[in-house]
Every structure is written in C-alpha cells, then in structure tokens.
Write a protein that binds this ligand. Structure first.
Ligand SMILES: Nc1ncnc2c1ncn2[C@@H]1O[C@H](COP(=O)(O)OP(=O)(O)O)[C@@H](O)[C@H]1O
Ligand SMILES: [Mg+2]
Length: 418
C-alpha cells in the first residue's frame, strides 16, 4: 500500500447531526476523503456553536444535517453565520424547503440527502477552492500543498496496434511525475491487452485492479482507490492496472470509468489514459472526459488513414475532434516511412502535426527490458527529449490551437523532417 502525494490542502471539517446513523454514515463518507480532517463531531445543535468556538483555529467548513430538527438547526445556522461570517456552512437534508431556508440563514452550500461520495467531493472541493484566500494564511497540513488549477486529463489513442501508444503514455506520465509540483496517475484502459505495468515494472503488491474497483463501485472511497494504485518507486508515478484476467473486462462499463476518473481527479494533477484500439464504450468515455487526446500515428498509409477515420468519428461525437493533437512517432525510421513526408501527412489529415517523436528502437528496448521509463533509464536520448518537449507544450495550453504554438515549429526544426 502506498499514499499518493495529495495535491490538495487538508480541509478541516466540523459536523453536527443529532441522528446517530446518518452522522455515522457522514463520518464514514468523510473519512474516505484523503484531504478531509474531521476536526469535530457534534450530536446536538445547541452545542455546535461552542464546539466551533472552542477550536484553536476556525474549521474550514461546517456541515449541518438538518433533518433531526429543522427549526433548531436553522436557528443555529442563523447564529453561527452571523457570529462567524467567514465560516462556510454546508447543509444536508431530504427537504428542499429546509435547504432553501438554510441558504437564507447564511449557509453557503447544500446537498440533498442521501449524499453520495462524488457530490460530497464536489462540494468539498468547491468550498476549498472558494476559501483558498483564507486557507492560504494557515500552515499547510502534513506538508501537503494545494493543487494549482484543475487536473489535466490526457487520453492517448493509437491509430493502430504497435504505433507507440503505450510507450508514449508511460514515458509522458513518468516525465510529468518527475516535476515535484505534479502528482500523476497512469490509467491502463487497454483493458484486455494492456501492458503499461510491464513497461513500468510494477508487479506484485495488493493485486487490486480496475476490475476490483468496478466490482466495489458503490462503496468506492479514496482509501480503496488508493490501494488499487501501484506506485513506481523511481518516479513516484501511480498506475492503475488493467484487469488481471481478460474475462473480467465484461464487468467494466463506461459508468465505472466515469466514476473512477472523477475520483482520481480529486487527488492527481495529471491523469494519463492509455486507451485500447477498439473504441469500446469505456474508451469513448475516456475520450469525452479528456482535456486533450493525443492521437499517435506513424508516417505510413494504414496509420494515417486511420487518423483520418478517427478524427472523422470523433468530430461526430460532441466535437471531440477539437481536442485531438496528432503525434507522429518513430520519425526517421526507414521501415515505417513509405516516402510520406510530414507535409503530405498534414495535408491528408487536414490538421497540423502537433508533435514528432524520433525513432530510437535501441533506447526503447533497453528501457523496456529494465522495466524503467526513459526519464530514468536514458534521460538524454532523443525520444525522451522529444517527450519532455511534448510535456511542456501540453502544459502551456492544453486545448490551444496547435498551429499557433511556436513550440510545434521548434520540434519541426529539431528533427528537420519537413
Ligand atoms: N519512438 C520509438 N522508436 C523506436 N521504437 C519505438 C518507438 N515508440 C515505440 N516503439 C516500439 O514499438 C513497439 C510498440 O509500441 P507500444 O508502445 O507497445 O505500441 P501500442 O501501445 O500502440 O501497441 C514497442 O516495441 C516499442 O518499443
Ligand atoms: Mg499498448
């Protein structure tokens, strides 16, 4: 088991709920959130004011369950918000009327009972984000730092088998995770035949895979999710592996992927998704959720033709084509190039080539045998340098127009293949 470096500051929360069973489930829910520190728990509305006041520093969030006694709860919220106007209050109830009244009394957020983990996470994150000013004055908790901006989700899609999708996913993820400001997870969504774990040599451990997460999706919490991610020691990269048995892939549907990725977004600054070539519903979900789609190709006919077909398909799906950045891999290889120039490839695709990665089988094979990403095994090799450049280009503006990006030009001249 390991602990991924959380990129979110700890959020100190105080709760009040006189009903024991719902207080219990609220506590369980909050304990599953790795950036929440449950500072105080109170069973009486009358005492909550004192509980909050007695804390050394004001909690970052007060959660008030209204249903045990709405009138008492609303009265208390009125007092609390007038005495501590800076304390954000989140209310929970079955009763929409009561929730509205709580907002009038000074509550800032509300959730309808019963509360699911994702709703709670969204509310916690919103309140954490909005109060960042006042949180920023406080010492950080356990050395954790706040996430700067939203999570970048990058899906890597191949235009055919063997084109370098996994190599790109693994090495890009490992490169990003060497920056101490990033926390990166690589998710192997090539569910049947994925091999990202081999490329990174992370075997053994708990053997919890994405299929186990799907099986437990209803009671999935941060702790369980954390146990499923294996950590690569050399880089700190976390990996969520494909199912151990191929027959398990039937368990996984797109709803699972949506939920798992949403939960991962809470803890990671970057998610790299290594997709299958089958465009399954699980792949399509990942493509919809991604901020950027790296479409990997080589300078040969079947690959380029599939790039065109894939862009066409993605264009018909919620304009997913806009997120596509074409990456040409193995540039300079005699075996894959059929006299197709980069310029010709761009004409065929109808889109600029976003990045080029040179051919270097020796470096790739040696790293693979070592079970290490290039950034560890051969950080100076040309493939790694190109991937560093790609990571920087993606950090600049993930959804910006590729043609306007001067760094694209520099990579062109770097390998001089125009
Ligand atoms: N830039 C590169 N230069 C040389 N060989 C490469 C390069 N990128 C990938 N390869 C090799 O191509 C093969 C297929 O790569 P892989 O990443 O597994 O593709 P995919 O995931 O698309 O099937 C691997 O043997 C890998 O080492
Ligand atoms: Mg692969």
């Amino acid at each position: 088991m390991h602990t991924p470096t959380s990129v979110i500051a700890m959020q100190r929360v105080a709760i009040v709920d006189p009903a024991e069973s719902s207080r219990e489930s609220l506590r369980t829910l909050l304990l599953g959130v790795d950036f929440v520190w449950l500072e105080a728990e109170c069973a009486r509305y009358e005492y909550f004011f004192d509980v909050v006041q007695q804390q050394e520093t004001m909690p970052d969030l007060a959660i008030v369950a209204l249903d045990a006694d709405k009138n008492k709860a609303l009265h208390m919220i009125g007092e609390l918000s007038s005495k501590f106007p800076k304390l954000p209050i989140l209310t929970i109830s079955h009763d929409h009327q009561a929730l509205l009244q709580s907002l009038q009394r000074g509550a800032k957020y509300f959730l309808t009972h019963p509360v699911g983990l994702e709703d709670m996470l969204a509310a916690l994150r919103r309140s954490l984000g909005e109060s960042s000013g006042h949180l920023g004055d406080q010492p950080s908790f356990g050395g954790m730092t706040r996430q700067q901006g939203p999570t970048q989700m990058i899906a890597v899609l191949g235009s055919r088998g063997g084109v370098g999708t996994t190599s790109l996913s693994v090495n890009l993820a490992a490169t990003l995770s060497t920056d101490p400001n990033n926390s990166v997870a690589l998710v192997d969504l090539d569910l049947a035949l994925g091999d990202a774990d081999i490329a990174m040599d992370v075997n053994g451990m708990d053997n919890i895979s994405i299929a186990d997460l799907a099986r437990n999706i209803e009671r999935l919490d941060m702790n369980f999710l954390r146990r499923a991610l294996v950590r690569h020691e050399g880089t700190g990269l976390s990996i969520l592996r494909h199912p151990m048995e191929i027959q398990e892939i039937g368990i996984l549907h797109e709803g699972h992927i949506e939920r798992i990725l949403n939960l991962l977004k809470m803890s990671y600054s970057h998610l790299i998704l290594d997709l299958s070539k089958s465009l399954l519903p699980t792949d399509m979900m990942a493509l919809r959720m991604a901020d950027t789609i790296l479409l990997t190709a080589q300078l040969e006919l079947s690959s380029l033709r599939n790039v065109v077909r894939l862009i066409h398909l993605l264009g018909s799906e919620d304009n997913l084509a806009e997120k596509v950045r074409v990456v040409i891999n193995r540039v300079g290889s005699d075996t894959v190039e059929e006299g197709i120039s980069m310029k010709k490839a761009e004409e065929v695709i109808g889109k600029p080539i976003f990045w080029q990665i040179p051919n270097d089988p020796k470096a790739l094979i040696a790293a693979r045998i070592a079970g290490e990403p290039l950034v560890r095994h051969n950080p100076k090799c040309r493939v790694q340098l190109a991937i560093v450049g790609l990571a920087q280009a993606l950090a600049g503006k993930p959804a910006g127009p590729a043609a306007a990006d001067p760094r694209v030009k520099s990579s062109w001249s770097l390998f001089g293949r125009k």
